[in-house]
Design a protein around this ligand. Structure first.
Ligand code: AMP
Length: 360
């Protein structure tokens, strides 16, 4: 579908698939720009429903509800990459879908993502598709151990993966992971994890935020520190690789790219994964950038000019996971910007909010 090139006028409605905290923050950013948002999510308790009156509570395969949603909005975007392909296709025939269905299809399937990134010469951990135990044995022989066996679909926050350290662990790992097919990746002895959040709009303008250095706790992002403690050349390379990806995808919106930094005389980068949406490791932009990642995404999908991603201070973003949120008022000081997602119950592992701490 060819995209109209004129910017959406203020008062237009952006449809967002998914009602989590990312949808909520996108909705708040849109509202400041005089744009409405309509959230589509099957879960009536979605945090995003609290910040906009326009909502559809329905399953992602409910064609009647999807058709009415498409009627009510001017453009459709999404806040999570596991939007079913059929839902995306259904909506894309009715209203512009930004980012496009190709970005969704590639990023929701680890094998498709690896094939795509390899075809663009993006450095990756060595990998092999695994459909059977025979494939797995051959892949382990090729890549050596340790190695990481991952599902190709529906993995997030470390779910859907197992490290195989000895050959006799392979069968149990293969049986435990679902759905199949799987992919085996060589284990990367990384020194640190970094990410780039980048935006591209309909006119092909590309703007990247500074590189964040990310620390995970129990496989969930714990902190993002900016600037990352890496050589300037490596930071430029990360931004350049992210740019190659958004250009190759003809991407419109914000995209997150996660990298491993591999130590060596000259440290190098491999891409771990991409996310076709605003990204947890970009939440710091709210506190220290004129245009944060949420506004940037809305501007891109509304075909507005992109804003300035320049960083005005050093910053650490700290996720509030589960009960962390209960200590909140006491842990705030004058240099911190809290952001809570309005979720009722602080369950273990649940992202409840974040704090951006400015470093002066
Ligand atoms: P993922 O779900 O692919 O983002 O992986 C979650 C986390 O597992 C990463 O942030 C890494 O800490 C670790 N991990 C994933 N893949 C590898 C790998 N190939 N080698 C070493 N660690 C990995």
């Amino acid at each position: 579908m060819s995209q109209p090139l004129s910017p959406l006028p203020p008062g237009s409605t952006i449809g967002i698939l998914g009602g989590g905290q990312l949808g909520r923050m996108l909705s708040l950013a849109a509202s400041r720009l005089g744009l409405r948002t309509h959230i589509y999510c099957p879960d009536p308790a979605s945090p995003a429903f609290e910040v906009t009156p326009h909502r559809t509570i329905a399953a992602y395969d409910d064609e009647k509800a999807l058709a009415a949603f498409a009627e009510a909005v001017d453009v459709v975007t999404y806040e999570f990459e596991n939007v079913p392909a059929a839902t995306a296709e259904f909506l894309a025939t009715r209203k512009p879908l930004r980012p496009g269905a190709n970005a969704l299809a590639i990023s929701q399937d680890r094998l498709a993502e690896k094939r795509f990134l390899s075809s663009k010469n993006i450095p990756l951990a060595p990998w092999r598709p695994v459909e059977s135990l025979t494939d797995l044995a051959a892949a382990m022989a090729d890549l050596g151990l340790p190695a990481v066996l991952k599902t190709t679909r529906l993995g997030y926050d470390g779910k859907g993966q197992r490290v195989i350290r000895a050959a006799d662990e392979a069968e149990a790992a293969f049986a435990a992971l679902d759905p199949h097919p799987l992919v085996l990746e060589g284990f990367m002895p990384f020194e640190k994890e970094i990410s780039v959040v980048i935006a591209r709009n309909g006119a092909g303008e590309v703007r990247a935020y500074d590189v964040a250095e990310n620390v995970h706790r129990d496989h969930i992002l714990f902190t993002s520190t900016v600037p990352a403690d890496i050589a300037p050349g490596l930071a430029r390379q990360a931004a350049m690789l992210a740019k190659v990806i958004v250009v190759a995808l003809d991407y419109v919106g914000v995209l997150g790219v996660e990298f491993f930094v591999i130590p060596g005389e000259r440290p190098s980068l491999v891409v771990n994964e991409i996310a076709p949406r605003v990204h947890n490791s970009g939440h710091w932009t709210e506190a220290v950038c004129l245009t944060d990642q949420f506004e940037q995404h809305i501007r891109a999908v509304a075909l507005w000019p992109l804003g300035d991603p320049a960083r005005m201070a050093d910053v650490v973003m700290e996720n509030l996971i589960g009960d962390d949120v209960l200590a909140l008022p006491a842990r705030l000081d004058g240099d911190s910007q809290p952001h809570l997602y309005g979720k009722a119950e602080p369950r273990p592992g649940r992202k409840m909010g974040h704090i951006n701490r400015i470093r002066r």
